[in-house]
Ligand binder design. Structure first.
Ligand SMILES: [Zn+2]
Length: 334
C-alpha cells in the first residue's frame, strides 16, 4: 500500500514530510494545539518525545464516556478531495482548511465508547501496512491506559484500509482485539466479499479488496453481522450512510436530549464536505449516492444540532454542523 500511495504522490514531498514528522512537523504541532482541551492526553506520533502531539481526547456524553484516539494521519494528494471541482474553487476550499501545497494530511480519529462494562471501539485504524504515518492506534490506546484485550466490541463503519486494516494481530491471522465481538454492517460485508467489489472498483484500488478480505477473514470467528437500525448496546445503533462505500454506516449515540453521530467517512473534509456536499471525492465508491447521503445527513445534523465525530476532521474531530445560506459549516469544539 505504501508504494501504491507513494506512486501517486511526488516522492520528494513524501520524503520531506517524513523528515518533517521526525522533527515534529507543523502538522503534528497543529494537532497538538487542537488538543488543547480538557482531558487530552499527549503522546508520540512517531516524533521525538519533546515534540509530543495530542493523541487522545476524552469527554462524557449522557451515560457514555467517549475517547477519541488518534491513529496518526494520512498523506494524500490534496486534489483527491474533489478532483472534478472547479480548480480555483477547490484551491480556495483546501486553503480554507489550511492545505496550500499538493499534499493533504487528514488525521485519523478512532472513537472509543465506554458503556457500562463495555468498551467499544469504532473502526480499528490502518494497522502497520498502509501508510508510514498511520497505524498509531495501539500505541496511543496504550498511552491512554487502554489494553487491546479490554475492548469488548468493535464496530466498523466500512471496509477501507484506514478503518479496517488495524484489525489483525502481529501474525496477521487473528483478531488484534481478541476478546471483542466484531460488528460489521451486513451490506458492507456483502459488498467486499462479492464479485461486484472486483468489478466496480478502479484498478488502482484492487489492493483495497485483498486487504479488506484478509482482515475480514481474520475477524470472522468473532463476527456479528449487523443491519442499520440495530442496537450495538442500548442507546447506540448503526445508521445507514451509504455512498462513500456501498454499505457504509455511521453510529448514532443517544445522550439524553441530544445525539452524537460518529460519522465514519460520511463527511470527511472540514470545508468541502459541508460547503460543497455536491462535490465528488475520489474515495467515494458511489459518488451520486454519497452526495445524497451528505445532503440528507447535513440537514439532519444542523436541524437537530447534533454532535459529531469525524474520522478525518481536524483532531479530535468533535463538533457540530450549522446551516449557512444554502450550505453548511463545520464548527469544531473550541
Ligand atoms: Zn477514511
Amino acid at each position: 500500500m505504501r508504494d501504491h500511495y507513494d506512486d501517486r504522490a511526488p516522492r520528494g514531498r513524501i520524503s520531506l514530510s517524513r523528515r518533517g514528522l521526525m522533527a515534529g512537523s507543523a502538522a503534528g504541532i497543529a494537532w497538538s494545539a487542537a488538543g488543547g482541551l480538557v482531558g487530552t492526553v499527549a503522546g508520540t506520533l512517531g516524533a521525538p518525545r519533546a515534540m509530543a502531539a495530542a493523541v487522545s481526547h476524552k469527554f462524557a456524553f449522557g451515560n457514555f464516556e467517549i475517547t477519541v484516539v488518534s491513529d496518526g494521519h494520512m498523506m494524500l494528494p490534496a486534489r483527491l478531495a474533489a478532483p472534478d471541482a472547479p480548480a480555483d474553487e477547490l484551491k480556495a476550499a483546501l486553503a480554507a482548511a489550511g492545505t496550500t501545497g499538493d499534499m493533504a494530511q487528514p488525521p485519523t480519529n478512532v472513537t472509543l465508547v465506554k458503556s457500562g462494562a463495555d468498551l467499544i471501539l469504532i473502526d480499528t485504524g490502518a494497522g502497520p501496512n498502509f501508510m508510514p504515518t498511520t497505524g498509531r492506534l495501539l500505541a496511543n490506546l496504550e498511552a491512554a491506559g487502554i489494553a487491546p484485550d479490554s475492548i469488548t466490541k468493535v464496530v466498523f463503519t466500512h471496509g477501507h484500509p484506514d478503518h479496517l486494516w488495524g484489525s489483525l494481530d502481529d501474525f496477521e491471522e487473528n483478531p488484534r482485539f481478541a476478546n471483542a465481538t466484531h460488528y460489521f454492517p451486513a451490506d458492507e460485508w456483502d459488498y467486499w466479499t462479492s464479485d461486484n467489489a472486483e468489478r466496480g472498483i478502479p484498478p488502482d484500488r484492487v489492493t483495497f479488496i485483498a486487504g479488506a478480505r484478509r482482515n475480514m477473514k481474520g475477524i470472522e470467528s468473532k463476527l456479528q453481522r449487523i443491519k442499520t437500525g440495530d442496537d450495538i448496546v442500548t442507546g447506540m445503533r448503526l445508521i445507514a450512510t451509504p455512498g462513500h462505500t456501498q454499505g457504509h454506516a455511521s453510529v448514532e449515540i443517544a445522550g439524553g436530549s441530544e445525539s452524537l453521530i460518529v460519522l465514519g467517512d460520511a463527511l470527511t473534509h472540514p470545508v468541502i464536505s459541508f460547503a460543497h456536499p455536491e462535490w465528488r471525492p475520489a474515495a467515494d465508491h458511489e459518488p451520486e449516492r454519497a452526495v445524497e447521503t451528505r445532503k440528507k445527513l447535513l440537514d439532519r445534523l444542523a436541524t437537530e444540532k447534533a454532535r459529531v465525530i469525524g474520522y478525518h476532521l481536524p483532531f479530535p474531530g468533535t463538533g457540530r454542523v450549522e446551516k449557512k445560506g444554502n450550505s453548511y459549516v463545520y464548527v469544531g469544539d473550541a
